[in-house]
Design a protein around this ligand. Structure first.
Ligand code: C2E
Ligand code: CA
Ligand code: CA
Length: 401
């Protein structure tokens, strides 16, 4: 705001060493020097100019000013509310907070060594605990950075693994396809659930090479089945994350990986989770382009969280995957049974196929068969398997009964 501007003449102080931190400043014009005392003599730490932020360190650190700021020339500053900054820091990514903490620690240490032996040295350890130390954030952030680095290593050394879980065509009584599920065996922690590391990878662009890695293993696997003369070739579904929707041309990636491996790209099906369908436009575009090339897109985890029937009629998915929660309760809860029956009918009316996930018992499979649900996936049919296990179990030739 215009009236909160601070106009300073050359030589005037903005704040002094030891002052409490009330606000930071944005330098609108002029130059400000930051000075500290070394053996009683002023030492210029830096000179800041137009567009620079001034005095934010003490806010981040919630500690008294560690240096004095003085206008070198006539200057105009805009005060930035300290609380506004600290709230942003508090709500920021723990990794960003850890980065800030690292910078602050280095700044404090540099100042301390500058002033070593100086009797007037400020107590620099500060109360700084408020935003970047303590409260456990920090440990979490460091653990995340470590895990992320190890995941990067796993990618480059090929120690991520892709498992294949069979998808059963109930009426035809045969395995029609597989879902590719990524696995990571951590060098120390052992197997880590994709639910944990996929969400970590999604926080950064790391999900893109993870997705590419899975895609390449899938295309290689299909090429191997093709080489062995498996007929018909099963489809393989790959999971696609939000970032992949925004930043990766999934269809081109599938096309390229298929071409490299000499397989038909239409064998690879994309699974999009329900939360992504909030981005109706992007998903709609993906489906349209996939359809034009004969490729399939499935809606994953249908019935959880964002179930939005308003989107379902706009988005022409080939396949809907019913979340495992329904199958789990279906036989105990008559109302759940009724809901599943209605969903089977609805998906049929939409001319899509339904995959029931989490089928663990024969009774569940029989109930789904009676409802004319097309596909079943779950431990009863098969667990996620390594490629060689999958090879051993998959018949060379199947009749499409
Ligand atoms: P999802 O896509 O819903 O995958 C199905 C999950 O259910 C898998 O867990 C699978 O192992 C598990 N499951 C299958 N049948 C049964 C059953 O009968 N009973 C029970 N209790 N569970 C069953 P998983 O492999 O731990 O994967 C968890 C999630 O991680 C996946 O859920 C998917 O959202 C994500 N994910 C896995 N691989 C990838 C990947 O390559 N890329 C991306 N973006 N996400 C992946
Ligand atoms: Ca899935
Ligand atoms: Ca699912």
């Amino acid at each position: 705001m215009a009236d909160s501007r601070l106009e300073l003449r050359a030589g005037e102080r903005v704040f002094s060493e030891g002052d409490p931190p009330t606000c930071a400043y944005l330098i609108e014009s002029g130059h400000i020097e930051i000075v500290t005392l070394q053996d009683g003599a002023p030492l210029v730490l830096s000179v800041l100019g137009e567009g620079d932020l001034l005095g934010e360190m003490a806010i981040i650190d919630a500690a008294p000013r560690t240096a004095t700021a003085r206008a070198l020339t006539d200057s105009v500053l805009i005060p930035v509310d300290g609380k506004q900054l600290s709230e942003r820091i508090e709500s920021s990514d723990p990794i960003v907070r850890a980065l800030l903490k690292g910078q602050l620690t280095r700044y404090r240490q540099a100042l301390l060594s500058l002033r070593a032996g100086h009797p007037g040295a400020l107590e620099l350890s500060g109360k700084g605990k408020r935003f970047v130390d303590g409260d456990g954030y920090d440990d979490g952030a460091v653990a995340k950075i470590r895990l992320e680095t190890q995941l990067r290593d796993a990618l480059s050394t090929g120690t991520l693994e892709v498992r294949f879980q069979p998808i059963y065509d109930i009426a035809a009584e045969r395995i029609a396809g597989y879902e590719a599920l990524v696995r990571w065996t951590h060098p120390v922690r052992g197997p880590i659930s994709p639910a944990e590391f996929i969400s970590l990878a999604e926080e950064t662009s790391l999900i893109l090479p993870v997705g590419q890695y899975v895609l390449d293993r899938v295309a290689e696997g299909l090429a191997e089945l093709q080489r062995l003369g498996v007929r018909p070739l099963p489809f393989v579904a790959v999971n696609m994350s939000g970032r992949q929707l925004g930043e990766l041309d999934m269809l081109s990636a599938i096309r390229e990986s298929s071409q490299r491996n000499g397989i038909d790209p239409r064998l690879i099906k994309i699974e999009v989770t329900e939360s992504l369908t909030l981005d109706v436009e992007r998903v709609g575009e993906l489906i349209r382009r996939a359809e034009a090339e004969g490729m399939m897109v499935a809606l994953d985890d249908f019935g959880t969280g964002h179930s939005n029937l308003g989107h379902l009629h706009k988005l022409r998915f080939n396949t809907i995957k019913l979340d495992q929660g329904f199958v789990r309760q279906m036989l105990e809860a008559p109302r759940c049974h009724a809901v599943v029956r209605a969903i089977v009918a609805m998906v049929h009316a939409l001319e899509a196929d339904l995959v029931a996930e989490g089928v663990e018992t024969r009774a569940q499979l029989d109930a789904l068969a009676a409802m004319k649900c097309k596909y079943a996936q779950g431990y009863l049919i098969g667990r996620p398997q390594t490629f060689s296990e999958m090879l051993a179990n998959h018949p060379l030739e199947q009749t499409s009964g």
